[in-house]
Design a protein around this ligand. Structure first.
Ligand SMILES: [Zn+2]
Length: 70
C-alpha cells in the first residue's frame, strides 16, 4: 500500500497534513494504514464535491470521498 503515500508526497497535497484519500470501498483500508503507520487515531473527513472530483482514492482510480488526517 505504499503507492498512496507516493501519490500524496509528490502530488498537489504535498506539504499538507492530509495523508490518505479513500473512496467508499477503501476507507477502512486507509484507516488501517494510518493507524499502523502512525499509531495515531485518524481523523476522517468527507471531502466536498469539488475536492472529490479532483482527488483520487489512494487505493484505486475512483474519486476520493474521504480524507484521512493524522
Ligand atoms: Zn478506492
Amino acid at each position: 500500500m505504499e503507492n498512496g503515500y507516493a501519490i500524496i508526497k509528490h502530488g498537489k497535497w504535498k506539504g499538507r497534513i492530509k495523508m490518505e484519500f479513500a473512496c467508499d470501498e477503501h476507507i477502512e483500508v486507509a484507516m488501517d494504514v494510518v493507524v499502523d503507520e502512525y499509531e495515531a487515531a485518524p481523523i476522517i473527513e468527507k471531502l466536498n464535491e469539488a475536492d472529490q472530483l479532483s482527488t483520487t482514492c489512494s487505493y484505486c482510480k475512483k474519486p476520493a470521498v474521504y480524507s484521512i488526517t493524522k
